[in-house]
Design a protein around this ligand. Structure first.
Ligand SMILES: [Zn+2]
Length: 233
């Protein structure tokens, strides 16, 4: 059994900063500006120097519903091969960015843990991935953090804001019942259309419409009509 990864609480802004910092370092490493679509393969394989392996992961690990797994010592990321198909580009990029989130946010914690608990570095554990990402554990704090990190990395706040500004000017899209619909998890069609426009205009070609909708809401780039703060900061 692989225990759930215990991680300290992080605020959304902490994760936003961590993703922005990674992008800054990646730009420096690459020596060129980085614009969407963010080349997550190159961040994982080039910048982090990780091996990427596509495999039937549930079969390989004997764990159902696993999409990604990271072996720290071996510097190897396994991704379920079902994501490496046409039409799955958004999910694949998001899963890669999610694993990148574990690498950036959680690897130092696990490594520090292994120093104080040397049992972990011996024998049986060595063959197992340190991080296993299952769809059934989406709500675990470490998984939530890695998802959030993935969204921040693939849809950098500055790029999303600039794109919304180019499309909408200084007046943010302001609609009735946005908050209510969000809480009820109802699909807002205006929001879906705006997400499509932002993706097209901003070059966010490796994210799903759903991921962009959440990003627009999280960045408060669509405003509930009851909210008085409607202009872009
Ligand atoms: Zn994960």
């Amino acid at each position: 059994m692989i225990p759930e990864l215990k991680v300290p609480f992080l605020k959304e802004s902490d994760i936003e900063h961590a993703a922005a910092e990674l992008l800054r370092r990646y730009v420096k490493w690459k020596g060129a500006a980085v614009r969407p679509p963010i080349n997550i393969d190159n961040i994982i394989e080039g910048y982090f120097g990780l091996d990427l392996v596509f495999i039937d992961l549930p079969d390989f690990l004997g764990i159902p519903d696993v999409l990604g797994a990271t072996f720290l010592k071996e510097k190897r990321v396994f991704i379920d091969e079902s994501l490496d198909l046409e039409g799955k580009e958004g999910r694949l990029a998001f899963t890669l960015a999610h694993e990148g989130g574990h690498w950036q946010l959680h690897r130092p914690l696990i490594e520090a843990d292994q120093v104080t608990a040397p049992l972990f570095s011996k024998g049986e554990i060595k063959e197992q991935p340190a991080i296993v990402c299952r769809t059934s554990q989406k709500k675990a704090p470490a998984e939530w953090q890695a998802d959030k990190f993935a969204a921040c990395l693939l849809m950098p706040a500055a790029d999303v804001r600039a794109t919304v500004r180019a499309l909408c000017g200084d007046q943010l899209p302001t609609w009735e019942r946005i908050e209510e619909r969000r809480k009820n998890r109802e699909l807002d069609e205006r929001l879906r259309d705006l997400a499509t426009e932002v993706m097209e205009r901003g070059g966010f070609s490796n994210v799903s419409n759903e991921a962009m909708r959440y990003r627009l809401l999280d960045l408060k780039l669509v405003v509930d009509a009851s909210n008085p703060q409607r202009s872009l900061l």
